[in-house]
Design a protein around this ligand. Structure first.
Ligand code: SAH
Length: 362
């Protein structure tokens, strides 16, 4: 198979690039495109050798795309038009315009990519934009399969249920499309089995290494769940403590977790700005009778702190090599991470996309 040359669209801080590097170290990102100059600075800081285009995707021409010479597209289009709490304006939202532009030029490319992976929020699968995506992929002759997957399905103690489209020019031999959430989280390879395989393996070799491959193994059953303690920093400064006035006002709506917990809630871009539904806080001290019953909590009994941006990055499986330039504020770090993705989940899906593609049909 050809070397992987990926184009990263809506590249943000480069979650897709870290995922590709994780599963396929020899792969190259030929260009990254994002309209926001704050995130492109973080991207360039981490990937100084990648061409980063700070521009809107609606302004990209067929010729420009053809010149990048890519055979894979990794993309996370803006999710606000599809979020359950948003207005769900879908294709009528101006933030969907650039994605529709991309769909309109995909069939016109001289050599369309062999592989495509798209990430978005749960809800995208019911949108008009999704319908348009499927139509375009069909017209261009792609085979496709879709998943709803959360890091917790891979044993990572964080929720971030996201929609994924995997598409490629050749056939999927083992991945099958699912049409409900329960089944979409059922993957054909267990994580541990997959780690024993490499892309040069023939189908026979993979089958021998992954005997349960045809049985649609549930990843949840085969992955070890890790506690939050494995993702924490040492010596976290005092100013990460949840202030008393926030605690006393919001303790009854906050999600708070001890370090032994094997789950935390999704960290959004508003983490620490709003107390409810933006991500968990860590319990440093709790009363002996601490219960899950939020309304029974007394703020004075608890000592809480926020997860640091590095800890949020750890829970999103960014490697240690990932850093923010010093000038990026704490608030911006949470914002950027909140818009990003879980690196291990995407790495897992990219390797399924490539692994399945490499297998010869018998
Ligand atoms: N996967 C990325 C985050 C994607 S969030 C990561 O790992 O960080 C969506 C991104 O799309 C944001 O960074 C936003 O700046 C960018 N974006 C929004 N509209 C855009 C447009 N019209 N053209 C290019 N980028 C856009």
């Amino acid at each position: 198979m050809d070397d992987i040359r990926a184009l990263e669209l809506y590249s943000g801080i480069g979650g897709m690039h870290f995922a590709l590097r994780d599963c396929c170290p020899a792969a190259k990102v030929v260009a990254a495109v994002d309209i926001n100059d704050h995130v492109t600075q973080v991207y360039a800081h981490n990937f100084p050798n990648v061409k980063v285009k700070n521009k809107g995707i609606e302004g990209i021409s067929v010729k420009e795309l053809d010149n990048f010479g890519f055979n894979m597209v990794l993309m996370s289009p803006p999710c606000q038009p599809f979020t359950r709490i948003g207005l769900q304006k879908d294709i009528n939202d101006k933030r969907t315009k650039s994605f529709m532009h991309f769909l309109s030029i995909l069939p016109k490319l001289q050599k369309g990519p062999e592989y495509l992976l798209l990430e978005n929020v749960k809800g995208f699968e019911k949108s008009m934009a999704h319908e348009e995506l499927c139509k375009t992929l069909d017209v261009c002759g792609y085979h496709k399969t879709e998943f709803l997957l959360s890091p917790k399905h891979l044993g990572i103690p964080n929720s971030r249920l996201r929609y994924f489209m995997l598409a490629k020019k050749s056939k999927f031999h083992h991945l099958v499309s699912r049409n409900d959430e329960e089944l979409w989280t059922t993957l054909p390879l267990s994580l541990t089995d997959k780690q024993n395989c490499n892309r040069e393996d023939t189908e026979e070799a993979i089958k021998a290494k992954c005997p349960k491959m045809d049985d649609q193994v549930r990843v949840q059953e085969t992955c070890i769940s890790h506690p939050i303690s494995e993702f924490l920093e040492k010596d976290v400064p005092e100013d990460y403590k949840v202030p008393d006035k926030v605690k006393s006002r919001y303790i009854n709506v906050m999600d708070i977790v001890p370090q032994e917990s094997k789950i935390s809630t999704c960290f959004t871009k508003s983490y620490t700005q709003y107390a409810e539904g933006t991500g968990s806080a860590l319990i440093l001290k709790a009363p002996p009778n601490h219960s899950e019953n939020k309304s029974a909590r007394n703020a004075n009994d608890y000592d809480l702190r926020y997860f640091t941006p590095r800890e949020v990055a750890n829970l999103m499986c960014f490697p240690d090599s990932f850093t923010f330039p010093d000038f990026v504020t704490r608030k911006q770090r949470y914002r950027m991470l909140g818009n990003s993705l879980n690196v291990k989940v995407v790495s897992y899906l990219i390797s399924l996309l490539l692994l399945d593609g490499d297998m010869k049909s018998s």
